[in-house]
Design a protein around this ligand. Structure first.
Ligand code: TRP
Length: 324
């Protein structure tokens, strides 16, 4: 049997360069490897774990699919679907919740960060976030998960749940591992932390125009003079250069050391390289936007194929837990 891969991205907006390098590139690589069966979803259920707008979610859960297809995810090779279209995700998460302690969830750094960000909206759904993510993965018995490095604590939870379920109920869940890519950590444009949709001004969308990309990269906080200790903004700019124009790195480092690096030139070179990489995706996106019927068909068929696998796992778990 082929090994399964599952990954997902929250439906909080259009995809950005951080999602693309950290997750989508890994998804693409595994999709074209005949040793794997790949499932890629939009994590729309996860979106409701923090405050959101109904109208926006309704749009974004489809737009992420468009971004996926524009980036090259292929329904002929992968099962592409929206999480909420497969009710088994929520169901299995409930069964899993019975083997996880409240304290374990409360101590996760990802949970603590979100509580800090939304002090008045720390809901049970948010506490359950890692359990739902474990359900996403284990529902398909996926052993490999292409995601950014920040998701490692959640994968640890998935492994714990797999072990616990196997010990207690005799299921055969694998312990999922992360599939890392070169862009597993993409810094924020602001020079502090990672690129993320929840921080305004930190990200470049895959749909950003050449002018928008240039403007955003130019606005990165870099020291006015080169040389000396690198600030967060300078480090971030170097990280982008390393991701998009690795051949120039030696030169940039030398110039930085010598104190004659021109940040504005470096920024424009980085911005141009990013736009160059995004152009084919943007062209493909335009074609897709004109064919909504095709999108609907992809989502419908993807959900059906996912459900076929998911319902078997849930039935098996229910039986083993005494509920079947
Ligand atoms: N938590 C992931 C993120 O923020 C999104 C996600 C939800 C996910 N379910 C998943 C990723 C299952 C991989 C597998 O990036």
């Amino acid at each position: 049997m082929k090994k399964r891969v599952l990954s997902g991205i929250r439906a909080t907006g259009r995809l950005h360069v951080g999602n693309y390098l950290g997750a989508v590139k890994g998804m693409l690589e595994l999709q074209s490897d005949p040793d794997y069966e790949t499932l890629y979803m939009v994590a729309d259920l996860h979106t409701v774990t923090t405050p959101y707008k109904v109208d926006e979610l309704r749009i974004n859960r489809n737009e992420v699919i468009v971004d996926y297809l524009a980036a090259g995810l292929d329904p002929e090779k992968s099962i592409i679907f929206r999480q909420a279209d497969v009710k088994e995700h929520a169901e299995l998460a409930f069964y899993f919740a019975s083997v996880v302690s409240i304290a374990r969830m409360q101590h996760l750094p990802t949970f603590k960060d979100k509580v800090k960000q939304y002090p008045k909206d720390s809901t049970i759904a948010l506490l359950n976030y890692p359990i739902l993510m474990s359900s996403d993965i284990l529902l398909y018995k996926a052993g490999l998960v292409p995601v950014g490095i920040d998701q490692e604590p959640h994968l640890e939870v998935a492994r714990e749940i797999a072990r616990k379920m196997n010990d207690l109920y005799g299921t055969d869940f694998p312990e999922p591992k992360r599939f890392a890519t070169k862009g597993e950590y993409v810094p924020s444009l602001k020079g502090e932390g990672k690129m993320g949709k929840s921080v305004e001004g930190s990200y470049i969308n895959l749909t950003d125009t050449v002018d928008e990309v240039r403007k955003k990269v130019r606005s990165m906080p870099t020291a006015t003079e080169a040389g000396g200790e690198m600030t967060g903004g300078v480090k971030a700019l170097f990280a982008f250069a390393n991701l998009f124009i690795p051949d120039n790195m030696e030169e940039y480092h030398d110039e930085f050391e010598a104190g004659n690096l021109r940040f504005s030139d470096m920024k424009d070179a980085v911005a141009a390289a990013i736009s160059e990489e995004l152009r084919p995706l943007q062209e493909k996106r335009k074609e897709l936007e004109a064919d909504r019927a095709y999108l609907d068909k992809v989502m419908k068929e993807g959900a059906e194929r996912a459900r076929e696998i998911a319902s078997k796992t849930v039935q098996e778990v229910k039986e083993k837990m005494g509920l079947g």
